[in-house]
Design a protein around this ligand. Structure first.
Ligand SMILES: [Zn+2]
Length: 379
């Protein structure tokens, strides 16, 4: 068993757990910064370690196209390549390929697409998605799924969900074949893992069927996919509530691509353990900084001579040293350090939010942080 459920909140579905991987344990709930091109933009791996980042998400699509998964494998795998010795979760590449719109063609066999870099043609099958992630040396891999846009009709969502299920089967079968090829003799670390992904758009009957049939295949963890794609927030929370009862209690649940700090709290309350989102890092580079009272836009003229830190309650190295005025100056001057410092602060804010969530669950007081989030409505 790689996942251990440590504590459950008595009043909500919030859980505190620990997931074992080849590159160490992940405490859950967990937030995974996104390292698209084998780097979290504007920040060094050492700084990520100092911020207590436990696991990164990297994108198969980008690494498949450049520098190529086989190149990364020959260079010793993704961990060595990017200088990161903690766990890595990779997506299957599906979401990026499906986002290409005019550049792709989907069939039951897989997706044909053109590279956004040079227009070259490629075919992504469930088997190749597993091969790419295996070659990268990912600790947690994701199945290839059919990512549907929102809104979608029940008919389209049904077809897409069933295609995703068929792909899940194929990924699982292929994973069992290629997985042992990457095992080293005598290695006692936990094996690499392949997670399933629940689809079914906004339709409860499809979500239920997807979850039940994935659980029958039996994965070590389950993601909820196809959310945060434009649907209203209350609907997203509702879908999580509908899916949750069909997911095994003793396996981790991962909500893909979500979200704001308050989304994390709301989803944890509904039984989610894992998150990834580009929001803290992308917003940082755009000068949008999270604080306990809501976000601030650092370029605003009111910060021109503001000596205060971004957030006076934040313990990050940026808030301990620099003023809003300085960060505003760096941003307006288009200095590289602007992205670096803003990224450190925003990631610290997210990781601190997750740390507080864990502590409140441990003390059986998760209600308090939930109430506080709903009262302040800061994010
Ligand atoms: Zn800070």
């Amino acid at each position: 068993m790689t996942f251990e459920l440590l504590t459950k909140d008595p009043n909500t579905k919030a859980r505190r757990g620990r997931l074992q991987t080849q590159h160490g344990a992940i405490e859950t709930p967990v937030f995974m910064p996104v390292g698209t091109q084998a780097t979290v933009k504007a920040i060094m791996p050492d700084q990520l370690r100092d911020l207590n980042v436990e696991v990164l998400l990297c994108n198969s699509y980008h690494l498949f196209l450049r520098p190529g998964h086989e190149t990364v494998a020959r260079l010793g795998g993704l961990h060595r390549f990017m200088g990161w010795d903690r766990p890595i979760l990779t997506d299957s590449g599906g979401f990026q390929v499906f986002s290409l719109n005019s550049l792709r063609d989907i069939s039951d066999d897989g997706v044909r697409f053109q590279s956004h870099l040079d227009g070259s043609s490629h075919f992504l099958s469930p088997e190749l998605a597993v091969d790419i992630q295996s070659a990268l040396g990912s600790d947690i891999m994701m199945i290839l799924d059919d990512c549907l846009a929102y809104p979608a009709s029940h008919f389209d969502a049904d077809r897409s969900m069933k295609r995703s299920l068929a792909w899940a089967q194929r990924c699982r079968k292929h994973f069992e074949t290629v997985g042992p090829l990457y095992e080293r003799p005598g290695d006692t670390r936990p094996a690499r893992q392949l997670f399933g992904i629940v689809q079914g758009s906004i339709y409860p009957d499809l979500r239920r069927e997807s979850a039940e049939r994935l659980v029958a295949i039996d994965f070590p963890g389950y993601a909820i996919g196809g959310l945060a794609v434009g649907e209203p927030k209350p609907l997203m929370y509702e879908i999580i509530e509908q899916v949750e009862p069909y997911l095994p209690m003793e396996k981790p649940r991962y909500l893909m691509g979500v979200g704001t700090p308050s989304d994390l709290v709301e989803a944890v309350a509904r039984g989610v353990d894992m998150f990834d989102c580009v929001m803290p890092t992308r917003h940082a580079r755009n000068g949008w900084l999270f604080t306990k009272d809501g976000h601030i836009v650092i370029k605003h003229s009111k910060y021109k001579e503001d000596c205060e830190p971004v957030d006076s309650t934040c313990g990050c190295p940026v808030c301990r040293t620099y003023s809003r005025a300085y960060l505003r100056h760096l941003f307006l001057a288009n200095e590289i350090l602007s992205s670096v410092l803003n990224t450190i602060h925003n990631l610290h804010f997210y990781l601190d939010t997750i740390r507080r969530i864990r502590q409140f669950i441990e003390f059986h007081r998760f209600d308090d942080i939930l109430a506080e989030t709903r009262r302040t409505g800061a994010h």
